[in-house]
Design a protein around this ligand. Sequence first.
Ligand SMILES: Nc1ncnc2c1ncn2[C@@H]1O[C@H](COP(=O)(O)OP(=O)(O)OP(=O)(O)O)[C@@H](O)[C@H]1O
Ligand SMILES: [Mg+2]
Length: 420
Amino acid sequence: MRACGMDFGTSNSAVSLPVSAGGVTLAACEDNHGTLPTALFYPATAAANTPPLVGRQAQKLFFEGEEGRFMRSLKRLLGTSLMTQNTVVNGKPRGFDRIIGDFMQHLKSKAETAAGSTLDAVVIGRPVHFVDGDSAGDSAAERQLAAIAKGCGFKECTFEFEPIAAAFAHERRVEEEKLALVIDIGGGTSDFTVIKICADYSRKKERREDILASHGIRTGGNDFDKQLSLAAFMPLLGYRGSYGDKNLAVPLAPFHDMSEWSKINFLYTPHMRREIADILKASHAPEKLARFAAILEHETGHKLLGTVEDTKIALTAAAQTEAPLDFIERGLCAPVSRGDFNRAIGADMDDILNCMSACLADAQIGAGDIDIVILTGGPTETPLLQEAVRAHFPAAQISEDERMASVAIGLGHAAARRFL
Ligand SMILES: Nc1ncnc2c1ncn2[C@@H]1O[C@H](COP(=O)(O)OP(=O)(O)OP(=O)(O)O)[C@@H](O)[C@H]1O
Ligand SMILES: [Mg+2]
């Protein structure tokens, strides 16, 4: 049986292959890149049933203004009622399961090219919770993903928690047993696992006894984008404004939806354009709300949220930055400081750190018992989180190797153990 590991991430995905001598490699899934942005673009001009463009290529075409339907953050839909609905792609209904299937098919075929053979089995990573506080939603999400994998031609499909996979990737270098806390913060979720790791243990078929606790919440880097958007960008577009003689509040929901990757497309309706146009006539800050109307008209919401995300990432290295918004209005820009960003994500960060504490409590250990903290996922670079982790575990070793790939690599190790 030929098997692979697949990290279907909210923002980035990767697929890995066990190789000889117990090693694992990432398959090149777009040119020479080992990771692929989880993004699809269905060009309006393509014939029906043509596979969509994916990854960087999808982003490039969409941001260059090519007509078509662009999608990101699809993982957020798993386990929700939206998965059973169709969406309109270039005038034709298409189920979200087929759309995720289009993406998975791409990963599978890239992995098969790298392996030089077809693949029949896959270990797919899953967050500790796809949907907060909804175990039925969690199992629905797994069932949906498994059905999609089968539809792509995998005969066998099993799952592994993403933070546990990250621990598998790291433990190869650990000679004696250590107690590790894995902190996996991705685009959509923050997951924590306390696990005993050791190079020798990677030979064990069953690891249940080594896992002391796993906790997770549905808060991640996409939520940081949302908070930063609402704090520093949406106010420039009329957010929290008022209109009319009675000083009515401009509805908040469209601004919230404009700040969420998975909801932007739903704003581009005649109804929404009309609603904003009507409010604009009586707005007390028409110059601002007109910018929101322009984004609806030109469908530049993803471009705006992309700018918000770039600003967030820039604030990892810089204390202050200025986001260019010329595509909305010539000369418009949003000055943002790291302090603004830290304040915006304060409540999300509290939730993340509370989840970490709950995980340690569930494992019945204190912070001082942790030997190694393994950081994985893009948002673990966030200075506020880095500071909190270093303050919480002053004596622990902090390991940040393969931040963007350790989940996929660990899933490859799990695939080797289960199927080869
Ligand atoms: N330097 C950085 N500072 C802060 N955030 C970053 C940085 N680089 C990337 N990110 C954020 O990391 C997130 C993507 O991380 P990653 O690829 O690990 O997530 P994912 O695996 O797709 O998501 P999940 O595991 O939740 O399904 C995005 O929100 C991105 O904006
Ligand atoms: Mg991830």
